[in-house]
Design a protein around this ligand. Structure first.
Ligand code: ADP
Ligand code: MN
Ligand code: MN
Ligand code: MN
Length: 346
């Protein structure tokens, strides 16, 4: 038998953006445990805005596991928060009720700022660094500083070793701003991996005395870029059948459900989606071929392959909950009238 360090990780009850929480328990197993072998566990919900003090027990239900490369015999355990009965999802548990479909693929582009001493990494104590321009995909100390690249590389290695589909990195437009991409098949699979990648990033940067700022417009109403989490998506139907008629019906459904999408695409998105700086205004739906100023960007590859492939919703922001974002996209896709599919397939 081996003693495994199980890190149970969950989302707390803070609004509008939950925080990641985690605690460790040691359990013995003959080999690396399976999800089914992991027991339910509890925590004090009154300390996480998930319960009143007088009846504070909440239950942690393991829903996904990954090896923890930073610990000997470590296991990262993604959990859903349940009521004391262990079967009723807690009100803060969005994952329990989202739409899922293994044929739906999601690629999330997580943008974020490194923050140190209350300002973006590399910003001077007062005032601003040289204006945006050279930082995006930049190289060299004056563009990216001395520790950011070390962190993003370490994070990449941690994710890959944990079996998380980390797909790439780039330095972003603002100084101190970066992006990584996570891809998964199914909304739960993709979103679990995104939350775990966020967790690994936050845990990793503790030793650098650096925080991750996920707010979508941390520098306010300035010329400094905000942070998004573009959601690239495709269903089996979009990849295999597609067609112009179906695409247009799909875009009409997105237009119709505009406010339902904005409601789960992250807080303060009106401060980011202003219509300036390659953003579409938050309150108007648009789409365009290779258009980075549209709500949905249609890649060239989509048009070339006769309206088949994936689309990029550019509106979700860096603080958005990938569970709810993916689910809303699936909900809108499901609302497309069946007649649009039939005519596209005919
Ligand atoms: P850009 O910065 O040009 O918008 P990125 O390369 O950062 O693009 O991100 C593209 C994302 O699209 C990746 O996360 C990738 O996994 C995702 N993606 C690629 N093909 C598909 C697909 N068929 N379905 C869903 N997502 C996809
Ligand atoms: Mn990108
Ligand atoms: Mn980007
Ligand atoms: Mn993008």
């Amino acid at each position: 038998m081996t003693k495994y360090k199980l890190e149970y990780i969950w989302l707390d009850g803070y609004t509008p953006v939950p925080n990641l929480r985690g605690k460790t328990q040691i359990k013995e197993f003959a080999e690396f445990p399976t999800l089914e072998q992991l027991p339910l566990w509890g925590f004090d919900g009154s300390s996480t805005q998930q319960a009143e003090g007088h009846s504070s027990d909440c239950v942690l239900k393991p829903v996904a596991i990954y090896p923890d490369p930073a610990r000997t015999n470590g296991v990262l355990v993604m959990c859903e928060v349940m009521m004391p009965d262990g079967v009723t999802p807690h009100a803060s548990n969005k994952r329990a009720t989202i739409l899922d479909d293994e044929g739906a693929w999601f690629g999330f582009e997580q943008e974020y700022f490194f923050y140190k001493d209350g300002r973006p990494l590399g910003f001077p104590e007062s005032g601003y660094p040289a204006p945006q321009g050279p930082y995006y995909t930049g190289v060299g100390y004056s563009n990216v500083g001395s520790v950011a690249r070390q962190i993003v590389e370490e994070h990449l290695d941690l994710c890959l070793a944990a079996g998380i589909n980390h797909e790439g990195i780039n330095a972003e437009v603002a100084k101190g701003q970066w992006e990584f991409q996570i891809f998964g098949k199914g909304s739960k699979k993709a979103a679990d991996q995104m939350w775990m990648a966020r967790y690994l990033m936050q845990r990793l940067t503790e030793k650098y005395c650096i925080d991750i700022e996920y707010h979508c417009k941390p520098l306010g109403d300035t010329d400094w870029n905000g942070s998004g989490m573009h959601a690239n998506f495709s269903t089996a139907y979009m990849r295999e059948v597609g067609g112009k008629a179906y695409f247009e019906a799909l875009m009409a459904a997105f237009d119709k459900n505009l406010m339902d999408h904005i409601a789960v695409y992250g807080p303060d998105n009106d401060k980011r989606l202003t219509g300036k700086h390659e953003t579409a205004p938050w309150n108007r739906f648009s789409y365009g071929i290779a258009d980075r100023g549209a709500s949905i960007r249609v890649p060239h590859s989509f048009i070339k392959s006769d309206y088949k492939g994936y689309l990029e919703d550019r509106r979700p922001n860096s603080q958005g909950d990938p569970y709810q974002i993916a689910s809303q996209i699936l909900k809108t896709i499901a609302s497309v009238p069946a007649s649009a599919q039939v005519s596209a397939a005919a």
